[in-house]
Design a protein. Structure first.
Length: 256
């Protein structure tokens, strides 16, 4: 295989891995509701909530509980593709819950592909990836209280060194923020994850390390047991935005 071809494959793998990492928590791209703010928009946060007490314990998910999310890619590397993801709780056992995940047609909201079973660890809201991985994405480390911080790292990819991307994050609960999404208006805890990614790729025939910054923000609403909005802001090594993803809750059913 030529050096140019190897470099092309490495660059393609790099973007694919970075997009995969972004959508592991999102897993949805869909028709965008008018007026939704761009990535980085922040409202004021409060030190106390009116609708719930702190600290927040892990969610007590119920069989039949159902969420539908829509999301969109932004930035120069945005794909422009549109999908909708539905997840339904089918079993809860201890700290784990099994979710049935289905991709829906964005126009008809009917299933457009086969269902998949996903496992989530409720104490950190880690959704098990479908591909090879090490570590956990600790989206929400319960119990949650304002000012709480935690750190974590994980790796995504296969056995080849240029197919593995490493991530390191530091998360912080910023405070209480009330936001509106297509599913309604929710009082939430805003949790910001500031991170760093690194990956080995071929450049000019040599294996080099590429690095960059990434920020992921969750707006967690205890009334629905998960986040109602999520943003990913992925930066290139020079600091410019490579890709942004915004996800919002569009439907919720409390189940049984």
């Amino acid at each position: 295989m030529s050096a140019a071809r190897s470099e092309h494959r490495g660059a393609a793998r790099l973007r694919a891995a970075l997009v995969l990492a972004c959508v592991l928590a999102l897993s949805a791209c869909a028709q965008w509701p008018p007026g939704s703010p761009d990535i980085g928009a922040r409202g004021p946060v409060a030190g106390r909530a009116e609708g719930f007490s702190l600290p927040l314990a892990r969610p007590e998910l119920q069989v039949g509980e159902r969420w539908v999310w829509s999301a969109r890619e932004l930035g120069e590397s945005a794909s422009g593709s549109a999908t909708v993801i539905e997840r339904t709780v089918v079993r809860v056992a201890g700290d784990q819950a099994e979710l049935r995940q289905v991709t829906l047609d964005p126009a008809t909201r009917r299933p457009s592909g086969p269902a998949q079973m996903r496992t989530v660890r409720r104490s950190v809201w880690h959704l098990q990836p479908n591909g090879p991985s090490q570590g956990e994405i600790k989206a929400l480390a319960f119990p949650l209280s304002i000012g709480k911080t935690w750190e974590y790292e994980y790796r995504l990819g296969g056995r080849e060194i240029d197919a593995v991307t490493s991530y390191r994050y530091r998360a912080r609960v910023d405070g209480v923020e009330t936001i509106g999404v297509p599913a309604g208006r929710f009082e939430t805890l805003r949790v910001t994850h500031q991170g760093h990614w690194s990956r080995h790729v071929l450049e000019q025939g040599r294996l080099v390390e590429r690095t960059g910054e990434v920020r992921t923000t969750y707006w967690y609403a205890p009334t629905v047991g998960t986040w109602v909005r999520l943003e990913v802001d992925l930066r290139r090594p020079d600091g410019s935005r490579d890709l942004g993803i915004v996800q919002e809750l569009v439907e919720y059913d409390a189940g049984k």
